[in-house]
Design a protein around this ligand. Structure first.
Ligand code: ADP
Ligand code: MG
Length: 384
């Protein structure tokens, strides 16, 4: 697939931009701060309904504007699909599919499938479990758009259950039976949606693991072998060979909730569920986090993205490859591996501060991004 058109209104630094794109390689060239990553971020937003840089939507809306609009036309095996996303501060976002409004923005998930390589990816290895959960959930969502609903349902239950626990924390002698009954209801809903989310993640990790191991081996042949493993917060669950039967997971979650109830009430927080899980990354028999060198960490991060790319490709419909500033970041071996993948991709969109950062011999279309009339923060595009 490829993006034929990207149009932004009041998205980040872009007041208005309309780009015609095509298959093959395109490089966005421009000085730092001119809005290159903002273009990539908009495409990622269309893919996952979230930013890869921030957890909320508000920073995506241009300062002083009330809403941002990200519009794309995606061509997939000859069929065109237009997606418009309106990001509104403090209210529900809106979406249109082929210019017709849809009930939920989630209905446009899956139209555009991208794999993004970004400087932020190092956090996949070195950062908190939340980074790795988001990696898994984003990939699961792109592959199976239905997961967007599962995530939303789980997050809602988690928020409400947490609010209830918080209100009961410290009120030990005032907890009525009614409140505890309500908590029971939230337990079963958390277990139900949590089990679905966990099953999706464990399935994904089972498919992903061999791809990531292969990719890492290619990137760092001299290093110890890499492996990934889903690590559930509840005891004795979540190994690669675990069953992923949602009913089994639901029962296990319910049992874990019952076992931790006192602790949850004491602390006023939700201690059980997929929001506490992690994707464990190992090199040999050590965890990558805290043990891997800088180079190994980068290899692992790139391998996670390459694994994602391979899975999406196997699903059919070549994903779009987004490479944000990564060539400057990587050493020769990793650059070469990434360039090799990019050779075969249907569409590759790359950002670079200078053209020297792009691999030699790449015949790529160039989009120059410059300041417009010297006006601070405003940018225009010169298509070369
Ligand atoms: N919500 C926003 N409103 C206006 N400008 C923004 C907003 N968010 C980010 N910017 C600006 O966007 C610029 C960074 O754009 P970015 O795409 O990261 O640059 P680069 O070309 O280096 O990748 C900064 O100048 C920043 O101030
Ligand atoms: Mg950038």
């Amino acid at each position: 697939m490829y993006v034929r058109q990207l149009a932004l209104r009041d998205f980040r630094s872009w007041e208005s931009v309309d780009l015609e794109l095509g298959p093959g390689r395109t490089v966005f060239v421009g000085s730092n701060g001119f809005g290159k990553t903002n273009l990539i971020e908009a495409l990622w937003y269309s893919t996952t309904l979230g930013s890869h840089r921030v957890g909320s939507d508000a920073p995506l809306i241009r300062e002083g504007a009330a809403r941002a609009v990200v519009s794309t036309i995606v061509v997939n095996e000859g069929r065109e699909c237009a997606v418009d996303l309106e990001i509104v501060a403090g209210r529900a976002n809106k979406a249109r599919l082929n210019r017709s409004p849809v009930r939920s923005t989630r209905e446009v998930v899956g139209v555009l499938r991208c794999v993004l390589f970004a400087p932020e990816d190092l956090a996949l290895v070195r950062g908190d479990p939340a980074e790795r959960r988001r990696y898994l959930d984003d990939l699961a969502t792109v592959r199976r758009p239905r997961i967007a609903g599962v995530r939303a349902d789980y997050e809602k239950v988690l928020r409400q259950r947490t609010a209830l626990l918080k209100s009961l924390a410290g009120a030990r002698y005032r907890r009525g039976q009614e409140a505890l009954d309500t908590l029971d209801v939230w337990d079963s809903r958390l277990a139900e949606h949590g089990a679905e989310l966990m099953a999706a993640r464990i399935d994904l990790v089972n498919e992903l693991a061999p791809e990531v191991e292969k990719a890492y081996q290619l990137l760092a042949p001299a290093s110890r072998p890499a492996s990934i493993n889903y690590r559930a917060s509840m005891d004795g669950l979540g190994g690669a060979d675990e069953g992923t039967d949602p009913e089994f997971l639901e029962a296990a979650l319910l049992a874990a909730l019952a076992a931790r109830r006192d602790a949850e009430l004491d602390r006023g927080m939700c201690l059980v569920g997929p929001h506490r899980d992690d994707l464990e990354l190992r090199l040999g028999d050590q965890p990558a986090k805290g043990f891997a060198s800088h180079g190994e960490s980068w290899s692992f991060a790139v391998a996670l993205r390459l694994g994602a790319y391979e899975l999406l490709r196997a699903d059919g419909g070549e994903p779009v490859l987004l490479l944000d500033d990564v060539f400057a970041e990587l050493d020769t071996a990793r650059r070469r591996a990434l360039a090799a993948v990019a050779e075969s991709a249907e569409q590759v969109l790359v950002t670079a501060a200078v053209l020297e950062d792009i691999p030699d011999g790449w015949d790529a279309k160039r989009v120059h991004i410059d300041l417009r009339d010297g006006e601070a923060g405003r940018v225009s595009v010169v298509q070369a």
